[in-house]
Design a protein around this ligand. Sequence first.
Ligand SMILES: C[S@@+](CC[C@H](N)C(=O)[O-])C[C@H]1O[C@@H](n2cnc3c(N)ncnc32)[C@H](O)[C@@H]1O
Length: 211
Amino acid sequence: MADGVGDYIVGLFAREDDLLLALREEADRSGLPPIAISPDAGRLLQLLIAAIGARRILEVGTLGGYSAIWMARALPPDGRLLTLEREPAHAAFARRFLQRAGLDDRVTVRVGAALELLPALDGEAFDLVFLDADKAPLPTYLEWALRLLRPGGIVVADNALRGGRVLDAAATDPDTEGVREFNRRLAADPRLTSILVPTHDGVAIGVLGVR
Ligand SMILES: C[S@@+](CC[C@H](N)C(=O)[O-])C[C@H]1O[C@@H](n2cnc3c(N)ncnc32)[C@H](O)[C@@H]1O
């Protein structure tokens, strides 16, 4: 998307407040990689949360808590967000900012590798699952999402375009292959109504059928 269009959308619909700006500045200073979602993706997640009245959210890939704050702000006071993060330093940073945002009562950061933490969630039901960690296992994360979502729930994945690499037949690295396979499955699964929205780096969305 042309930068001007993106800036126009963010300026109108997805302005960051001082806390989100401070989080990004401190994340840069602390050496966290600059790979948080874009503000328009944050707003899109909020829209989805509001549309289905989500109360329970699972995120895979916390980083500094930027997307968690966007999502948790769209939850009702009794809503809960569980976010999984492999790096203890990222989790500590996120916890600090979730506290500053007054959202630490709503958000739990659990430290560990997602594929090791997910089995413990079996039997729980989430309204929305946001996948934003490593890309190679995305097809497996999709299986988990479909297992953990309630009917009518939504699975979302960021970086569904991987900077355009999904279109490049010469790009066969495991991360790109993981995203491609995820997108193929999301598009083809008869249980899902799905689309890839070309915002920023691509946000893929699938709604699990009610029937
Ligand atoms: C793209 S960043 C997440 C950005 C965050 N969702 C945001 O928008 O603010 C990916 C995060 O996933 C974490 N991660 C990568 N592989 C993981 C895994 N297998 N299990 C849990 N976390 C993982 C990384 O340490 C990193 O913090």
